[in-house]
Design a protein around this ligand. Structure first.
Ligand code: 5GP
Ligand code: ZN
Length: 114
């Protein structure tokens, strides 16, 4: 999508440090970290929100979770745990309308979220 921040990062039109990159997704550090580790796992193809995933995306969904596990281990979160979050649309707190998952860790999370 032409005017989408994460599509522009995916296509390298906007530069970013890729922590992980595969054919289907990439991971970057969040620009405004909410925890000592705060990564964004982002599918390369433009999907506006979680609601746009379909049965055809099953391998992508699995791949996102595999990437989260790999990154959690890489960033030292496998022992104490972490949080994998998707904010969906307005009530979910989604600000960037391109599907992404937050991997947060390195501190004790609170519940319920605000
Ligand atoms: P959302 O609220 O949509 O779930 O999360 C969007 C996230 O993207 C926010 O945590 C925000 O800090 C992050 N973000 C926004 N713009 C940029 C950017 O240009 N680069 C990076 N690395 N993160 C960004
Ligand atoms: Zn996009």
């Amino acid at each position: 999508m032409s005017n989408c921040l994460f599509c522009k990062i995916a296509s390298k039109e906007i530069s970013a440090d890729f922590i992980l990159e595969t054919a289907e997704l990439f991971a970057i550090k969040d620009i405004a970290p909410q925890a000592p580790v705060h990564l964004l796992i982002i599918p390369k193809k433009h999907l506006a929100s979680l609601l746009d995933l379909s049965a055809a995306d099953q391998s992508l969904i699995a791949h996102i979770h595999s990437a989260a596990i790999e990154l959690a281990k890489q960033f030292g979160l496998a022992e104490n745990g972490f949080r994998l979050v998707n904010n969906c649309l307005g009530d979910g707190g989604q600000a960037v309308p391109h599907l992404h998952f937050h991997l947060l860790g390195g501190r004790k999370m609170t519940w319920p979220p605000g």
